[in-house]
Design a protein around this ligand. Structure first.
Ligand SMILES: CC(C)=CCC/C(C)=C/COP(=O)(O)O
Length: 274
């Protein structure tokens, strides 16, 4: 490879010099054979073509290759601008709603109550309660429901961990990381695991437990309040909770689709019934 003439800054390795210009009058930098980013910086003396009084053969004496100019920044699309505005509004609004983020916050005195709600939607009590119920249950129908609830809770933990690990959205800066039993991905906030669990458990309970209307209303209210309390505690932004509700709602469809029963999973139930 040929190193350029050394006269221009930002030189790079260049193709060989002395590339011919085949017709008269062509500016030196458009010499035949010029490659992208390279230009002739000094033409050699023209050589008259034998047999033709007018035509000359242009030769390039020195070529230089300059780094290509930087690409202009990509045009922000409408969707990107809308997403950025939504996220900015989300951060602002969530900060305003984080009225129990600390003891000294505007509604700091309500923080202990909201932390109790936090425990009510946490994975540990739900898993422990379901396992305890499974151990105590004597009816096959009850065991089937509890086994599926266990499957639903484990599925929820896995899916939330996967999405949190992929999205890696940090928790709001005003959040105090004093949560009850967390795993590594719980440093991320999207989606809210409490919201997914609350929405999924709410649908599960409404479908599989025979409850009086006031109790059914209470279950729905509990799920909604658990979600709202995540923002008030400063644990999450509004979009984390909104997406969590949607995700939890859809997770129940997966549980329903793969419902475990003595027919669909005979081996599992045979082991259990021994
Ligand atoms: C350790 C176990 C079994 C569950 C973790 C539950 C937990 C801490 C979820 C995080 O919820 P948010 O995303 O709503 O803060």
């Amino acid at each position: 490879p040929y190193k350029g003439s050394g006269t221009a800054s930002g030189e790079q390795l260049c193709p060989p010099p002395l590339l011919p210009r085949l017709w008269p009058g062509t500016p030196p930098h458009t010499l035949l054979g010029a490659s992208a980013g390279c230009r002739c910086i000094r033409a050699a003396a023209p050589v008259r073509l034998p047999g033709s009084p007018l035509a000359t053969l242009g030769l390039c004496g020195f070529r230089t290759c300059e780094p290509p100019p930087p690409l202009p920044p990509p045009d922000p699309s409408c969707a990107a601008v809308a997403l950025r505005s939504l996220l900015a509004a989300d951060l602002r609004f969530s900060r305003q709603l984080g009225v129990c983020a600390g003891e000294r916050s505007a509604w700091g005195s309500a923080r202990p109550l909201l932390r109790l709600l936090e425990v009510s939607g946490h994975g540990v009590p739900w898993l422990a309660g379901t396992l305890y119920g499974l151990g105590r249950s004597e009816s096959p129908a009850g065991r089937e429901v509890l086994l599926n609830l266990l499957f639903a809770l484990l599925l929820d933990l896995v899916l939330v961990a996967v999405v949190k690990g992929l999205v890696r959205r940090r928790r709001p800066t005003h959040n105090k990381m004093d949560m009850f039993v967390t795993i590594s991905v719980d440093k991320y906030s999207f989606p809210s695991g409490h919201a997914t669990r609350a929405a999924m458990v709410c649908r599960f309970v409404l479908h599989h437990l025979v409850l009086a209307i006031p109790l059914r209303v209470l279950v729905v209210l509990w799920a909604i309040i658990v979600g709202i309390s995540r923002v008030m505690l400063g644990r999450h932004n509004v979009t984390d909770v909104a997406f969590g509700f949607i995700m939890g709602y859809m997770q129940y469809n997966v549980v329903k689709y793969f419902w475990l029963s003595p027919l669909s999973a005979p081996a599992l139930f045979a082991v259990w019934n021994q």
